[in-house]
Design a protein around this ligand. Sequence first.
Ligand code: SIN
Length: 530
Amino acid sequence: MKEFDFIVLGSGIAGLSFALKAAEKGRVALITKRNLSDSNTAWAQGGVACVMSDEDSFELHIRDTLDAGAGLCHEDAVRKIITEGPERIAELVQLGVHFDQRENENGQNELDLGREGGHSKRRILHFRDTTGREIESALIAQIASHPSIDVMENHMAVDFITTGKLGYAMENSCVGVYVLNEATGVVETLRSDVTVLATGGCGKVYLYTTNPDIATGDGVAMAWRAGAAIANMEFIQFHPTCLYHPAINSFLISEAVRGEGAILINGRGRRFMEHHNPQKELAPRDIVARAIDAEMKRSGAKCVYLDITHKPADFIKSRFPSIYETCLRAGLDITREQIPVVPAAHYQCGGVKTDLHGETSLRGLYAIGEVAATGLHGANRLASNSLLEGVVMAHNAFEKATRRQRTPVSIDLTEWRSGSVQDVDELVVISHNWEEIRRLMWDYVGIVRTDKRLQRAATRLRNLHAEVQEFYWNFKVTTDLLELRNLVTVASLVVDCALSRKESRGLHYTLDYPDRDDARFQRDTVMRRI
Ligand code: SIN
């Protein structure tokens, strides 16, 4: 058994920021299931929404966030995260993060603030179109050489160790975690009074997603199994514009492209967003994604198109170098040609329910970043609010976790027992089930839902769950098997939350209940394992 002051699971903006702060107070284990730089953060293009200009105000950013959240944001969380943003941004800059600047009319340099859907002002700090990568590399540069941080790459968390499972008669608390070391195949036992989940979201539960392969909902699934409260998993955000190309999967065309004036057109070259919302292409994401879905269903087309060709080629190349280069490699010159796009699963707005300091309902377990449901996003996240939430909540969780008293009794942890289990005999079962989950979620639990489709998904997921559990108990655990086990759990949580919300609100739209019903449903959907 290895003992630490803090265990951090996940290496995106939230996990890395927490680890760096915590390392000033004690020994930190930083667990990540692939390499340090493999995170959703590294893929973030748009940027960080934060009030940084005199023409903007906290009240406006708060109002935009509440409007996008469709009546389900927690206003205290929204206020706290938005008003604490500038301090955290200053810390990121101190750590070496660059944000683009531009020369203003007085010849002075100022932040080049971008615009995205749902924002009434320009307030997106960005580094070209690779903001996440910029933040990730600056934080990793600090982490890599830190003497108090043990980085454990290619280690995948299996389950939390709780006093309840160990049989202690005390408030159920998280006291550590079992972690699979991929290189040795051994499941190691890590002990700490503070465990921080920062494992990101669950985009891979859907067939089409803008997320990297690591986004398999591990944190939510583990927290659920340990008995923590999970909230609002029905609110999965579909990004309106994922590149539609046979050779390139999961490549996002940032909302910032629409922020700089790109328009959406259908196969007949007609603009259609004006029929759906007065904000047109810059309406909140749920509206744009549903409009594209409706346009594709109506015409039978496989995609719609994003057109920014009216902007100067030099501007496009310097503002969106990564999008330009990636599309060019695929044979598409976006300075001259329209970009084929489709909606794809992008962000998990619900997650492990926390308070304003990232504390979950399970003592000793904190959740920060996309894995958490703080109340900031409500029923629909405002673009670029997530990196902001990640860095602010890392700080708030750090403040609380360092003040927390240690577990009052000494705990004997049970080591992981593999028993007589064997190597998985038929890998095809894992890949088949994985694909089946992703396909059924896309077909039955997508942008537009019905009770019948959700019921169908629930029935199939119950069978898949039983198959996966049998595998889990009878064979040696591998990363693939653990991810599959987590995917099926998270998919079921999305379906169960969606089935319990008999209205349409924000990202949850169902043909059976097309209207919002504040009297009955203006509340979080909270699930707990019985
Ligand atoms: C984007 O660049 O469109 C993604 C930004 C976000 O999801 O917040």
